[in-house]
Design a protein around this ligand. Structure first.
Ligand code: NAP
Length: 530
């Protein structure tokens, strides 16, 4: 497919009229063709008008019709073949096997949402039938289902150009909920975005859906992004990126005449707690696992383990020594963009200049541009507790080890942590009681708690929580990965004393969609899914 450099507004390719964005190959700093002229308020207006016009028809598609649409997007993405992988590789520097895995995950995610839509549990049907004889007052017939919020604005992430971008988790879950989507493409991978956007547009056409179900805009976050979030027809926002970007969108959403929810996934340092017996029994194996997770993908994962907490002593010394040895052997890796590389270098310099932290090891220096060098820092709990800056996210392969003098200091450090996506516990049987004592704090701090694993690698499934208290996300009640992500884009509506024929089919007494229902307080056995 020839890249056009144009936006997609419904089924139309439209040239922008603002400063052009170009992909940059971070491995060489080469500027890639074509140029993507940015959109303006006028394009936001067109995309939102189409999305709004598409809403009522799209949200009433049958469960199977909507599921087929999601599957069709996956098929169209797969049909892009190597062109997609090559373009994403050129725009992000991510290795081809990683991108192939990410494409697989993106398509599996779309298919998982297709199955979720079909099963219909997300409609959360609740029926309280009328009780005309009830004393002292009769009860009305009351029926509840979930409906989509309306058009959703999605901001693609730089670090997952497929799985968290144009057709990634936010888009898949919003479309699954019945919401039209307007994507603001990430400026770091415009060509990848165009390819995937085209795949969605073809699926829309093939499924006979209204064109406004999907649009793809290019341009600056400050102009197009803010205009999109401010448009009264947009009813929710999905975002993954920096804390400053997420907060800017959150603020724009809150000052609207009608404020809307923003589901922003921003920053997390994903603490890892090493308990004494585990540390004593397997310091070297822990070091190996830790360095593998820390340096995966040049450390550019939101779940990257950037903080290690443990008690001082010979076992921790062995861990630090083994980790340092491995870090020193790590080759530098190409980072996603020149901007992200610069931000990484600047964060590492800030830590280097902080007298409370000392460098325990540095990885090898790279020869090309944008080569992120791994770093390991060590500090004491007292210094960590005294300096909030030591909690700042360093997006890349850098970590800080906090040495604690006692269990009480571990408790204090944990209690002082900001909200996190994950918290990891490495423990053996002898550590269970100490771990149990910390759990109430960790549950308050993080969205996912793991034992004897590493936080990178997020399963897309029903039970996953990829979320957490601020600043990990702007709304700790939800997840952006897994089927529960659909709940972000729904709201309940209750129908009181409706004649059966006027009710949506999901709520009709005969249950024609065979949905799982809470009927008069009892869960009905599910005959079969549609
Ligand atoms: P970013 O700068 O936050 O950009 C993400 C998206 O938000 C882009 O589309 C960007 O538009 C837009 N945006 C940024 N600032 C905005 C503002 N003030 N108003 C409106 N829109 C705005 O994220 P990034 O480029 O991916 O990476 C930069 C840093 O973010 C990294 O160094 C890292 O610290 C962090 N990051 C975190 C995660 C995570 O998973 N937590 C993932 C990726 C990055 P433009 O096209 O104009 O840039």
């Amino acid at each position: 497919m020839t890249l056009t450099g144009h936006m997609l507004i419904g089924q139309h390719t439209v040239a922008g009229n603002r400063a052009a964005i170009r992909g940059i190959d971070p491995a060489t700093d080469a500027v890639l063709e074509p140029a993507y002229a940015g959109g303006s308020a006028e394009h936001v207006e067109q995309a939102c008008a189409l999305a709004s016009a598409a809403l009522d028809a799209y949200r009433e598609t049958t469960l199977s019709g909507r599921a087929e649409f999601l599957q069709s997007i996956a098929e169209e993405i797969e049909a892009l073949g190597d062109e997609l992988i090559e373009r994403a590789h050129a725009e992000t520097g991510l290795p081809r096997p990683r991108l192939q895995g990410e494409r697989r995950r993106t398509c599996q995610q779309l298919r998982l949402f297709a199955r979720t839509v079909r099963a219909g549990e997300w409609l959360d049907v609740r029926v309280d039938t009328a009780q005309p004889q009830r004393q002292p007052l009769p009860r009305s017939d009351l029926r509840q289902r979930q409906i989509p919020l309306g058009p959703v604005a999605v901001f693609g992430a730089s670090n997952f150009p497929l799985a968290f971008s144009v057709a990634g988790g936010d888009t898949a879950s919003a479309l699954a909920a019945g919401c039209p989507v307007v994507v603001k493409a990430h400026s770091a991978h415009p060509g990848t975005s165009e390819l995937v956007g085209g795949a969605i547009a073809r699926a829309i056409k093939a499924c006979g859906l209204p064109e406004g179900v999907f649009s793809l805009l290019y341009g600056s976050g400050r102009e197009v992004g803010i205009a999109l979030v401010s448009d009264p027809r947009i009813k929710a926002v999905g975002f993954t990126g920096s804390r400053s970007g997420g907060l800017a969108l959150l603020q724009a959403a809150q000052v609207r005449a009608e404020p809307i929810p923003v589901y922003a996934e921003m920053s997390s340092i994903n603490p890892v707690l090493l308990f004494p017996a585990a540390l004593h029994n397997r310091a070297r194996a822990l070091a190996e696992g830790f360095v593998g997770s820390l340096t995966l993908g040049a450390g550019q994962f939101c779940t990257n383990p950037g903080l290690v907490i443990a008690c001082k002593g010979p076992a921790l010394d062995s861990f630090i020594e083994a980790t340092a040895e491995q870090i020193k052997r790590q080759a530098a890796q190409t980072m996603l963009t020149p901007g992200i590389f610069k931000a990484y270098e600047s964060a590492v310099n800030t830590l280097t200049e902080n007298s409370a932290a000392h460098i325990a090891a540095q990885g090898q220096i790279g020869s090309g541009p944008n080569q992120g060098q791994a770093h390991l820092f060590v500090t004491d709990a007292a210094d960590f507790l005294a300096d909030h800056n030591l909690q700042a996210e360093t997006f890349g392969a850098a970590a800080l080890i906090v040495q604690c003098a006692s269990d009480d200091e571990i408790r204090q450090v944990t209690e002082q942590l900001e909200g996190q996506l994950t918290a990891t516990l490495h423990l053996d049987d002898a550590d269970l009681e100490q771990a149990r004592a910390l759990l109430p704090i960790l549950e308050r701090k993080a969205g996912r708690l793991l034992v004897n694993g590493w936080p990178t690698g997020v399963e897309v499934c029903n039970a996953m929580v990829h979320g957490g208290p601020f600043p990990a996300t702007s709304d700790a009640r939800t997840t952006s990965v897994g089927t529960a992500a659909i709940l972000r884009f729904l709201r309940p509506v209750c129908y009181q004393d409706f004649p059966d024929s006027l009710l949506p089919s999901a709520l009709q007494q005969a249950n024609p969609l065979h949905l799982s229902r809470l009927l008069d307080g009892h869960r009905e056995a599910l005959a079969h899914a549609e």
